[in-house]
Design a protein around this ligand. Structure first.
Ligand code: ADP
Ligand code: NI
Length: 216
C-alpha cells in the first residue's frame, strides 16, 4: 500500500466513525457518494485525486450545521490531518477546498482550484436528482418543516445570512436552492450529470403539483 492509499484508508475510517451517529441527511453515505463522485469528476478533469479524495471525505466534518464550533477553524480536519503527519501547506489546501464547498445563496463562491471545483460539484450533485429529493424531504421532516404551503412563496436571491436562517417549506427549497444548482456546476463532467438529475426533479415537481391540484 502506498502512503497515499494509507492516508485515504485512514480518512475513510475517521469519516465513517465521525458520521456514525448523524442522521439528518448528513450521514456517512452522503460523504461516500460525494467521495466517489468527486473522484469520478477528478479523473475526467485531470485533477489531483489524492487531494480531491481526502477533501471529499472530510468536507462535512466541520460543517456549520453539524459542528458549528469548528466550522470557522476546521479544527476536526486540521487535527486529523496533523495526526497523519500531513504538511501544513497540504492541510491548508484541504481546508480551502472545504471552506469553498458550501452553498451560501448569492454569497456562494467558485472554488479557486480544480480540486475544489470537483468536490463542490460532487457535493451539489448529491443535493439534486432522486437522492436530492429524498434528502430534502428527510431534512424537512427532521426540522419539522411543512412539505408544501401554497400560501408561501419561495424567497429568491437570498444571501448567506438569509439562507442560513431560512425555515420555509421543503418545496420552496427546490426553488431557493436545488433548481439553481445545475447552472452552478464548475466542470463539464458534472454539468452533464446535472442535466439529467435536474430534469428528474422538474418532472417530480410537475407531478407533485398535478397531484396537489387533483389534475393527475
Ligand atoms: P450539503 O451537504 O450538500 O452542503 P446542506 O448542508 O446545505 O448540503 O444540506 C444537506 C441536505 O439537506 C441537502 O440535500 C440540502 O438540499 C438539504 N436541505 C438543506 N436545507 C434545506 C431546507 N431548508 N429544506 C429542505 N432540505 C434542505
Ligand atoms: Ni455535503
Amino acid at each position: 500500500m502506498t502512503e497515499q492509499e494509507r492516508l485515504i484508508e485512514k480518512t475513510i475510517s475517521f469519516s465513517k466513525q465521525y458520521f456514525a451517529e448523524e442522521s439528518s441527511g448528513h450521514d456517512w453515505f452522503h460523504t461516500e457518494r460525494v467521495y466517489r463522485m468527486a473522484l469520478k469528476i477528478a479523473m475526467q478533469e485531470g485533477a489531483d485525486c489524492n487531494l480531491v479524495g481526502v477533501a471529499a471525505l472530510l468536507h462535512d466534518v466541520d460543517d456549520r450545521k453539524i459542528s458549528p464550533n469548528t466550522a470557522e477553524t476546521k479544527s476536526n480536519t486540521v487535527r486529523f490531518l496533523t495526526q497523519q503527519q500531513c504538511s501544513e501547506a497540504w492541510i491548508q489546501k484541504v481546508v480551502t477546498i472545504i471552506d469553498e464547498v458550501s452553498f451560501r445563496g448569492t454569497d456562494s463562491v467558485i472554488p479557486s482550484t480544480i480540486e475544489g471545483k470537483c468536490v463542490q460539484d460532487a457535493d451539489r450533485l448529491d443535493a439534486i436528482g432522486a437522492i436530492g429529493i429524498a434528502r430534502a424531504f428527510a431534512f424537512g421532516g427532521n426540522h419539522h418543516r411543512q412539505m408544501h404551503n401554497p400560501d408561501e412563496a419561495p424567497t429568491m436571491g437570498m444571501d448567506a445570512e438569509t439562507y442560513y436562517s431560512a425555515s420555509g417549506t421543503t418545496i420552496n427549497h427546490f426553488y431557493e436552492k436545488l433548481l439553481l444548482l445545475k447552472d452552478m456546476m464548475n466542470t463539464r463532467t458534472a454539468q452533464e450529470i446535472a442535466e439529467n438529475r435536474d430534469a428528474y426533479m422538474r418532472n417530480f415537481l410537475n407531478q407533485f403539483f398535478g397531484e396537489w391540484n387533483a389534475n393527475k
